[in-house]
Design a protein around this ligand. Structure first.
Ligand code: C5P
Length: 312
């Protein structure tokens, strides 16, 4: 290009990009030893479910984070926002100068154990890479995701996966069929760190029972047997979360009395997941649970669904 000339393609502002990203439920969550880095080793089976956040990125003079929707007031707007950190990582890799505007439309409950913050970070990675036309090797975005947080790689990938390490080391899982869920959202979030610390206290007091292992969940998924999956659902963090938030016991009892296939706490809670027979059964359970006033609100969803994807 002649000196002083302007390449219109380079001077043009990149167009905004929107990405949708799912929440997750842990069908199995086995918590191992406390590690030196303050994290616990996990064995977990993730399923991505159809509660979707939407993240739109666009060019801006500086970093701007707008949040709307479910629990928006509780989402940090500053540089510490995980999606903002994701945008900075991609900007660095792309050599992009200036800022970025992030609009996060939330449906995933904040601090609900469904990895909403991680989902938004995964969405920001995909959206920024697309906006700046960054052609990364497949593993590169996953490495950035793992750097941001334990649940971010799964949000990128979606569907069903076995997670090890802090949850960031993923292996594929064969899963047949669709699963229909009802989620009971609590009035306020729970701190992940506080729930793990409570589990450590409980284990120091009582001899830790050996976790059931993920085999039951993996076999149920392989055969597409939702009744068997309901029986195999397991989360080691459940007793700790219920100790910190005793009213969760009422939520669990209410769901069980409605004849669900199974119930499990989402991650470190406080959201409870109830597995139902089909879409119609989920509607019945959701309506009955909402009528009992044991939780703030309910959501229906199905899984597995794909991870963070550009909306075309
Ligand atoms: O993943 P995140 O940084 O949100 O976790 C918050 C806290 O939860 C950690 O600082 C740690 O205390 C605890 N945690 C853990 N083991 C994990 C994940 C989280 O002990 N695998």
């Amino acid at each position: 290009m002649p000196s002083g000339g302007v390449n219109p393609q380079l001077s043009a502002q990149p167009a905004p990009v929107t990405v949708r990203v799912p929440a997750k439920v842990n069908l199995y969550l086995g918590v191992g030893e406390l590690r030196r880095d303050g994290y616990h080793d996990l064995t977990t089976v993730f399923q991505a479910v159809s509660i979707l956040d939407q993240v739109t990125v666009g060019p801006a003079g500086r970093l701007v984070v707008d949040v709307t929707g479910e629990g928006a007031a509780d989402v940090p707007r500053g540089r510490d926002n995980l999606a903002a950190r994701a945008a900075r990582l991609v900007a660095k890799a792309a050599g992009a100068r200036g800022g970025v505007r992030l609009r996060i439309d939330k449906a995933i409950p904040v601090a609900g154990g469904m990895a909403g913050g991680s989902a938004d970070a995964a969405a920001a990675l995909v959206a920024c890479a697309e906006m700046w036309g960054l052609d990364l090797e497949p593993g590169r975005l996953m490495a950035m995701a793992a750097q941001l947080g334990s649940d971010v790689p799964f949000a990128l990938q979606g569907r069903t996966a076995l997670g090890r390490g802090r949850g960031e080391v993923l292996a594929p899982v064969l899963s047949r069929g669709a699963y229909h869920w009802v989620f009971a959202l609590d009035r306020e979030g729970l701190s992940t760190g506080a729930v793990y610390a409570e589990l450590d206290r409980l284990r120091a007091r009582d001899a830790a029972r050996l976790p059931a292992g993920a085999d039951g969940v993996l076999a149920a998924l392989r055969s597409g047997d939702s009744a068997a999956l309901g029986r195999a659902l397991h989360n080691d963090l459940q007793p700790a979360a219920v100790r910190l938030r005793p009213r969760l016991r009422r939520v669990l009892d209410a769901g069980r009395e409605l004849g669900v296939l199974g119930a499990v706490l989402c991650g470190s809670g406080p959201t409870y997941a109830f597995l139902t027979r089909d879409a119609g059964d989920a509607t019945r359970v959701a309506a009955a649970l909402a009528g009992q006033g044991v939780c703030r609100t309910v959501r229906r969803a199905h899984g597995p669904v794909v991870g963070a994807r550009v909306v075309t």
